[in-house]
Design a binder for this molecule. Sequence first.
Ligand code: ASP
Ligand code: MG
Length: 420
Amino acid sequence: MKVFKFGGASVNSVERIQNLGSLLKQFSGEKIIVVVSAMGKTTNALEKVVDSFYNGDKTTALQLLEQVKKQHWNTAKYLLVTNYLACEAKLRDFFTEAEWLLHDKPEKSYDYYYDQVVCIGELLSTSIISAYLNEMGIPNYWIDVRDILRTDNNFRDANIDWDFAQSKVQTVMVQVLQKSDIVLTQGFIGTTDENESTTLGREGSDYTAAVFANILNAEKVTIWKDVEAVMNADPKQFPDAVPIHELNYNEVIEMAYYGAQVIHPKTIKPLQNKNIPLYVKCFLNPSLPGTVIHRHTLKNLPPIIVLKDKQTMLKFSTKDFSFIGEHHLVQLYGLFEKLKLKPNLTQNAAISFTAVLDNHLDKIESLAIESAANFNVQVTKNLSLLTVRHYNKILFEKLTSGKNILLHQQTPDTVQVVIQ
Ligand code: ASP
Ligand code: MG
């Protein structure tokens, strides 16, 4: 059995959904779990709905939701004939649930509302795609993944209850797979034991695919993307980027850790644990080799470049000139945890500790205020963090020449600099 994951870009238009159908036809007779994201930029659009609602602007929130509705209805109209009415009714139910919520006053946390609204993106896309495939003679069974993936209530970054998932996969998914070759379900979402929807973190559909692959001992996972393969840098930032056709779990974990937008960082562990290979393939041209990620020792990897913009650097210095010790670090990491901030880079010096973080400006302000009781805090905004793995001197100099380097960290494998 295989697990396929289709991201937003692979289902962002009528043509691409039709393309998904043709692609699946090439695998007829095989058992496949198909995990799908929300269409195109739907997640971003739904985030805006939540923002307006949470800022008390219900009217805008409902208008923005109306736009999402129109887009989905139009897509469904183009794609469906016989299944249109049934599908429309299903979509309507998802929208109605979100609308009810938007009529309330925001009394709970932002993250809670985020998950209740944003989760519909995947429910809508999979409902349309499932109906379309059935109509095209590609029989499939649609599952609401929230019946299988139970999570805690850490909204927007929920943690999966593996025991629950394992037993539900056996009782629900395995049963369904006996009747239907294709099981179609949503990535990125889950539910708490109180039936509140949750999400697993942006781009989390990759992770969902890996969870199912792990539990079902899948032969492989394929992530279908609009790029030819995993690249050694983001081609939008570095036009000379080259494809890498073979990677191992370690390298991909490192790349994701340093901020490469290749694969959701949690995806690798469930696959590594069961030694399941992950393929990244181009849905526009499946005959291209793509990238395989597996457990192999690799030599001669090209330099891998990750450039993260929108970084803020905070330098915490002790007020009384005392050395930075464990108790200072415990205080600071306590604040990071409380504010859900994850430093991208840290550095210790005698009487100061420096952390570089994504620009979550309100959280950073809270961090600066709360730490000011014990530290002098210096904040520098709008920086970039450049990471190069498998670097060489010439490349490093080329990438940094003429730049103002505020911080530099280096190991034999990896060099990182903070640039102003
Ligand atoms: N739709 C979600 C997002 O855009 C999840 C995903 O695409 O994996 O982040
Ligand atoms: Mg996506």
